[in-house]
Design a protein around this ligand. Sequence first.
Ligand code: UT7
Length: 332
Amino acid sequence: MKRSIVIGCGSYLPRRVVTNNELAKSLDTDDDWIVSRTGIRQRHIADEGELTSDLALMAAQRALENAGILPSEVDILIVATTTPDQTFPATATKVQHQLGMMHGAAFDIQAVCSGFIYGLSVADNLIKGGQAQTVVLIGAETFSRILDWEDRSTCVLFGDGAGAIVLRAAENQDINKEESDTNLHTRRGVLSTHIHSDGATNNILYVDGGPSSTQMVGHVRMNGREVFRHAVNNLAGIVGEALDANRLNSEDIDWLVPHQANRRILDGTARKLGLPIEKVVVTVERHANTSAASVPLALDEAVRDGRIKTNDLVLLEAMGGGLTWGAGVIRW
Ligand code: UT7
């Protein structure tokens, strides 16, 4: 049986930083409200003409460099995004071309803020099933393009960015050379992924447009309070499911890398898990909610600053429009 090992990661944030005070110049809001309700202090916003594919490409190049491999070694490239450059072709095919990948397959995944976790599930299963040897998985968004900049209840919450990981197939016996394989808990790689959705909750977080309905892109609409309520319940549920599936306790987790929507949700999830907040990777104050990019952006930051180390047990989780939600457990 094959399994997927993470061999590299990378990320990219647009240069332009927009603070809460800057938003307050044109919007009936203030830094105090935004910080106290969300933890967000600033967000990165893509320049005009800077596209999701541009952000995705930078993150993928950095991840490949970190992995020490060439684009020619990649079989599958996945972009999780809800803000594709165009309705079609898939943004992933543009990134494939720009990377110089002349073979394999590239496609997008749309699960909004849970897109990276959904992508992890697909990538892991392609590797386990023997269909891919090396997968680049990217979460990339220019969410600023689908915000209604006059709606203070949504536009202050989001930002742009991209993060990527490179996954490679490893045979169990390859890993045995270095490590004992008798104990599931000591194996490196993706231990499990878990995904859920509930279309009955479509109407609490959505974009009011699209090719088939309005022929326009539309803007994000959200019933924040309802989404918050579901987030707290669904995330506690999915984290429990992921731990149970691996017969782990929350004390076994070295790092929780959650979707970065709201500091209060992160604190609530950590509290429910009984995990000290020092074990939670928090970027929401600087990145805001970057949808599918938020988990890989946080992951990359914590790997590069030395917090996440080889063999650490990392728990990822996210929830977004759909509603969709999911989790993944990785022995790094
Ligand atoms: O990534 C997908 C998942 N998304 C999420 O997880 C988001 C989940 N929801 C949330 O994070 C929170 O619900 C929000 C941050 C969106 C809102 O926080 P809240 O504590 O639930 O506030 P609220 O929506 O209940 O609004 C409270 C008040 C309202 O005024 P009234 O009706 O009480 O007079 C809003 O109009 O705050 C007002 N308000 C604002 N005031 C200043 C809403 N947005 C703003 C703002 N500045 N930007």
